[in-house]
Design a protein. Structure first.
Lengths: 417, 417
């Protein structure tokens, strides 16, 4: 958002070349919802017959567009998506509902569809009435600008229009076969905290030209979200607006009909979709506010996978662990602390910790004659690997986070003022 | 610990004048467990007949002295307390148990009591075998140095011996009557994070010369801890070593016998004890690593008191709320977010937020024609008051925290190296 903010040191070299997804047309515009001199609205038109699945924030103070999407999702059908940056339309009372209804109705008019086929998402400042009229004014023009999502440039423009405090646009894709027919999966997302309620809400939109019933789509999406977007954390905060939507246009080459999530023909699609989601989720961590290190925390030996994930998140959310890593300090005592506070079963006397592949602690104490040199070397890198075995069972999980630096304080202590 | 660390700007003017507590004798010594040139061991001798109650960390990786205290507490009887700073004796495997047993046995020998009457606590670096022999060597001398806890200087010396990253010694006291007999309550504590596993563990020790059965003592202590030490947070981290012990020597002037926690003669004692605990807990927040603001968060209108406390802690632990306050920014949108993520019932459309006595948001949206000037003025002060009503029921709670500043990052990113 701030033109002078440097791109995250953990960013990919460039925006990836996203493939064409049949049945998706995109347009972006500079509507001036809040920002000047940049695009701030994305309109996507989806072919008739498009199905949709989604996961939305569990927040008790969810934004108006989140409540709207929750209302639409049971139908499982979509014809459009409209996203704005600059205003989250959250905590805006009755005006918030009016703003989302006004926006989706205008989209429905332009695309000649029912309002409940139009999905909406907003990200930006919260608690300020949204000037949705500025979006409505531009919708005719956006409708005329719609173009097939078949070049990397169009995808990148879409990813840029939804950015807030992001320092780089985020996209990921895979081509994969269902039976012997190739389909595309392309996704974009934004976010540079698990959330910052002003700006860094996580939004993700994934499109495929495969033809999949909404029920199958949701059954594929939900578990994959648990292992991807719900396994990352920047600052432990949860947005009023977090949204992931997956659209299947069915407009690609015809493949065998899929009626069940358990159909083996869907196996490679599932893997590819999860890879896209994980790639996008990792990019959010890599754009974490102030991040200088990308951290993977793998927990094994827990009671079950859920327990492993809770222990992993306890480590990944610990300010003490994250500041130690920022300081390039292999302070494994703080990892022991974070395991202890997770509240999950752990055998203190079997606990083992490996950092950057080097055993640091085992059987509940520091490794005998431990040489810190290789670990200290690992801590100087940008990619930090922490593995913890808690000595109880077979549960395992990996979560990802970034370090907690002066940059985070600078961005968040000074943002609104 | 670091002689150059400035005293917290939120510190009290001076150490308070703690009163004599009959039946308590104290000695401090410089044993060189880790630190040079300062005291690092506190020995307290308690009169025969002293009862004890305690609350100890729920951490699954609890330290050896915590496990020892948990083993002793069911007896409800104490003759001594030994505390060292510099090494937490946590995650030290079999050696940890040996160290605590060696220490308490040496104390028991000097004071001619059973080892299980000797309570122990350790705070400092974790994962390093503790040089407990250095304490043992000094115990004869410490035994000779024991002096009645009847001057403010003796109490202050005790509070200083247990400090780690603390920037000031912490004490609080009350004189109160049971029936018409005056008794004293005096407490000391240390901690400058809810925890930092290296150094900032919270330890609190409170002494009274009242005569109270151990069961009554525990029944008085537990609920008060919930509203005091368990209602503060600096960084949401939980120590391997957190310990609060309450000793009643029964050596003061004789008062009416108390056999039940519900005895009305105990009412003023309960209030006074809670005041001492709250005073100590607040001092820990005021010494929070890098703290520049003391923040009280009061939540009303929750489903019940527990729900209110969880919402309060969600606000108080949010890095985004804490950094906004560090930046003197009345960013109430982040408070809305933190309410939402707490997972407790909240009515988005009734939510009201008051900062420094000024309504900021009500009925689920910003206050009409809100003038930010008085709130901005409040944010510049050292004492920040946030009140949130979530519009559901009668549950209420207050929690306390500090802001999240560059100072926190500096202290924790660079500590061990």
């Amino acid at each position: 958002m701030n033109a002078t903010t440097p791109v995250s040191p953990l960013a990919p070299e460039s925006f990836p070349a996203l493939p064409a997804v049949a049945g998706v047309r995109l347009a972006t515009g500079a509507c001036g919802v809040k920002y000047e001199g940049r695009t701030d609205v994305l309109l996507a038109e989806l072919a008739p017959g498009t199905t949709v699945a989604g996961t939305l924030t569990q927040s008790k103070t969810a934004s108006a567009p989140v409540l709207w999407c929750k209302e639409c999702l049971p139908d499982g059908a979509a014809r459009a998506l409209v996203v704005n940056s600059g205003n989250a339309n959250a905590f805006t009372g009755g005006h918030g509902r009016k703003a989302v209804e006004g926006t989706v109705k205008a989209v429905a008019d332009v695309l000649a569809c029912r309002p409940h086929r139009v999905y909406a998402a907003s990200t930006g400042v919260i608690g300020e009435p949204m000037a949705y009229e500025r979006i409505v004014e531009h919708l005719e023009g956006l409708g005329s600008d719609l173009a097939a999502a078949d070049t990397a440039a169009i995808w990148e423009a879409a990813a840029r229009a939804i950015m807030t405090t992001d320092t780089f646009p985020k996209g990921a894709s895979r081509k994969v076969s269902i039976g012997d027919v190739e389909v595309s999966i392309a996704g974009i997302c934004k976010g540079s905290g698990m959330i910052a309620p002003d700006m860094a809400t996580m939004l993700g939109f994934v499109f495929t030209d495969a033809k999949l019933p909404a029920g199958v789509l949701q059954a594929v999406l939900s578990p994959a979200i648990g292992r991807t977007f719900n396994s990352i954390t920047v600052d432990s905060d949860t947005s009023t607006s977090d949204t992931v939507l997956l659209f299947a246009t069915g407009a690609g080459s015809a493949h065998a009909e899929i009626t069940s999530v358990d159909d083996p023909a869907l196996d490679t699609f599932k893997v590819a979709l999860e890879e896209v989601l994980l790639d996008l989720a990792h990019q959010i961590v890599r754009d974490g506010e102030g991040a200088t290190k990308f951290i993977a925390v793998t927990v094994t030996g827990a009671e079950d996978d859920s327990a492993a994930k809770r222990i992993g998140l306890s480590i990944a959310n610990s300010p003490l662990v994250k500041t130690a890593i920022a300081g390039e300090d292999a302070n494994w005592g703080r990892i022991v602390m974070a395991v202890g506070k997770a509240g999950e079963a752990a055998d203190r006397d079997k606990l083992a910790i490996v950092i950057g592949g080097v055993p640091v602690a085992e059987v509940g104490a520091a490794v005998d004659g431990f040489d810190e040199t290789p670990v200290a070397q690992h801590m100087k890198g940008q990619e930090i690997d922490i593995a913890v075995d808690v000595g109880i069972g077979d549960g395992r999980a990996t979560v990802w986070t970034c370090d907690l630096t002066h940059g985070y304080i600078e961005i968040n202590a000074d943002y609104r003022s």
